[in-house]
Design a binder for this molecule. Structure first.
Ligand code: GLU
Length: 617
């Protein structure tokens, strides 16, 4: 949700316009309703902003051109929460005197009251956003004689809600003030030369690998090549923070020859999974033991991570001998108020580690009872890790495509590894079986590699054949219901099609009434214990004229015979591999969504109305 980027430098060789433009482009996955850049030069603010995606805007407005000698600039790419995506509502927002500029990620909950208050004392507003109250509040405090830093602190004291902000002001041409509460903010630094602020690391990765991760309720004063941090909760005291070195390879944040990040990230799945396999035994047994000693267990997440949770819950309960309750994180508090007990364990999953609903769910649970939080995320040091007792980092590398692909597979793999660790501790299966499950997990990347090598043309063929049909189903039973739901979500996200992922058994209690001659139904059909019943469901849909496309293993016979087209996953037909089919079957559905988006002339990296990291409620 919204990307912020800023630079302040004393390096004559840097082209500030180009750096700030490239930086904000790298954050475009966070929001692409509109974009704006403000540069500060000769005691004046130069603002360029417009609605639309950055490349479209660039055709008319050269966002990277700033006055000669510019040393400081801020940029913003927006995912609108308050006010339609128009030029006027795009950031930066200024005060009445055009001296202060603010870019913001988050929501100021009490903006109405603040706006009324400010309007009554003569402030004029130019947008419908919540953000615009911030520059006007700072303006008021500066008028009262406070310097930029203290005026910003005082302004933030009046704001309720969530924010990452960056502020500049014409009389402080060498300073950017930033602050965070709930929305992410990272400071990149080339000591003595240049300082950057950004909503995410990939935006400054080509420029520096040294960074500070800001925590909630921290404010920082950025000058060229130096930064000081202050604790807003503790008398604004100066705090020392540890500089971190980013290990990521820069290629990870570039398209590397692929047309889209989504496609690149699907092809990265095998290697991402190989890295997830390296999670230490020790950490896995910490998760396993926490689950084994818990009285109640919940698993919570949102979107794709929630589907990973559904698949993972299924795998873990095979060996755990206890129930796990899945709850969407936005419903967590509402559903568990009054029933959450001490000694509960909550597994929380968030790719970015910044998903506000997931963080709020675990924060509430921690306050309410004595609970343990086990987190699975892809981002080291992300906000969610601060509320967690144990953290597994999936190590999938940065995921820029808005629709999650490789991070889904790695989340399910992490959960599967916990499951096998539980089986080992409980000794409920033989050592030989444990080895076979491990071997099946280790073999997953090769299965996906093989699948991707051979099946792209088939997927394109299917997409071209489905094109005219607006709606269809993904149906499955057992563990594959999670796969069907996630496949349906991918198609909704990137191809703008209403595709329902549903239980094949439940589909006859209603949805089957949609089926007409030629209506496509995609069955997810690994040869597990649900297979024979699924054959019956395929028959039910086929006999009503449904066009059957099935995803099966290579040796499949029965469902293949009943299908018009089959997608064949090159994996053995045994119980060890079947249990992990949510991982091996998913790339087929991700590719289907990807090529369906292209067939509809849609950009799969920038789905309509979406943004990658949901940091607002
Ligand atoms: N509330 C701000 C706006 O609508 C920022 C939105 C966000 O960070 O998603 O402009």
């Amino acid at each position: 949700m919204c990307g912020i980027f800023g630079i302040v430098t004393n390096n004559q060789e840097i082209s500030v316009g180009k750096v700030v433009f490239d930086g904000i482009k790298r954050l475009e996955y966070r929001g692409y309703d509109s974009c704006g850049i403000v540069s500060l030069c000769n005691s004046k603010l130069y603002v360029k902003k417009e609605a639309g995606k950055i490349d479209e805007i660039y055709k008319n407005v050269k966002l990277d051109e700033v006055p000669d000698g510019t040393k400081l600039a801020l940029a913003h790419t927006r995912w609108a929460t308050h006010g339609t995506p128009t030029k006027q509502n795009s950031h930066p927002h200024l005060d009445c005197l055009n001296k202060i500029a603010v870019v913001h990620n988050g929501i100021i909950d009490n903006f109405m009251e603040l706006r009324n208050e400010l309007s009554s004392t003569g402030h004029t507003f130019n947008s419908d956003t919540d953000t615009e109250v911030i520059p006007h509040l700072i303006e008021d405090f500066m008028k009262k004689g406070f310097n930029l830093k203290v005026a910003t602190i005082n302004a933030l004291k009046k704001c309720k809600g969530a924010y990452a902000i960056a502020v500049c002001q014409v009389d402080n041409p060498d300073t950017i003030i930033v602050a965070r509460k709930e929305s992410p903010l990272i400071i990149g630094i080339e000591e003595g030369k240049t300082t950057y602020c950004s909503s995410d690391i990939p935006a400054f990765l080509p420029l520096t690998r040294k960074c500070y991760i800001m925590e909630d309720n921290e404010l920082a004063v950025l000058k060229a090549g130096e930064v000081n941090f202050f604790d807003l909760k503790n008398d604004n005291e100066l705090i020392k923070k540890k500089i971190q070195n980013i290990e990521w390879n820069i290629d990870a944040a570039e398209k590397g020859g692929y047309e889209h990040f989504m496609l690149k990230e699907i092809y990265e799945e095998p290697n991402a999974l190989r890295l997830t396999m390296k999670i230490s035994e020790q950490l896995l047994s910490k998760f396993a033991n926490a689950l084994l000693s818990a009285d109640n267990i919940y698993i919570t997440a949102a979107g794709t991570s929630y589907h990973a949770a559904l698949a993972g819950k299924f795998i873990i309960t095979r060996f755990l001998g206890k129930h796990i309750q899945d709850i969407e994180c936005s419903e967590f508090e509402t559903q568990l108020k009054g029933s959450l007990q001490n000694n509960s364990v909550i597994i929380a999953i968030s790719q970015s580690g910044e998903t506000i609903d997931t963080i709020e769910a675990i924060r509430w649970a921690k306050k309410a009872k004595s609970v343990k939080i086990l987190t699975i995320t892809n981002v080291v040091g992300s906000s969610i890790t601060r509320y967690s007792d144990h953290v597994i980092v999936t190590n999938a590398g940065p995921e820029i495509g808005v629709a999650a692909t490789k991070t889904y597979s790695t989340q399910v793999l992490a959960l599967a590894l916990i499951a096998v660790s539980i089986a080992k501790i409980r000794k409920i299966i033989s050592d030989e079986d444990i080895i076979k499950y491990y071997d099946a997990l280790t073999g997953i990347p090769n299965i996906i590699d093989k699948f991707l090598e051979k099946n792209v043309d088939l997927i394109k063929y299917i997409v071209n054949n489905l094109e005219k049909n607006m709606n269809y189903f993904f149906l499955a039973r057992g563990i594959s219901i999670a796969t069907a739901k996630e496949g349906g979500l991918k198609l909704k996200e990137v191809a703008c099609r209403f595709i329902e992922g549903y239980s094949a058994a439940s589909a006859k209690h209603g949805p089957i009434s949609l089926v007409r001659e030629g209506f496509p139904i995609i069955f997810i059909a690994p040869p597990d214990e649900t297979y024979n019943r699924l054959v019956g469901n395929v028959m039910e849909f086929k006999s009503r004229g449904g066009r059957i496309i099935s995803v099966v293993v290579e040796s499949d016979v029965k469902i293949t015979k009943l299908s018009d087209i089959t997608i064949r996953i090159p994996q053995p037909a045994d119980k060890y591999h079947n249990l992990f089919s949510p991982i091996t079957f998913m790339p087929a559905l991700q590719l289907l969504a990807y090529y369906a988006a292209l067939a509809h002339d849609l950009d799969p990296d920038k789905p309509l109305n979406l943004s990658k990291t949901v940091t607002v409620h």
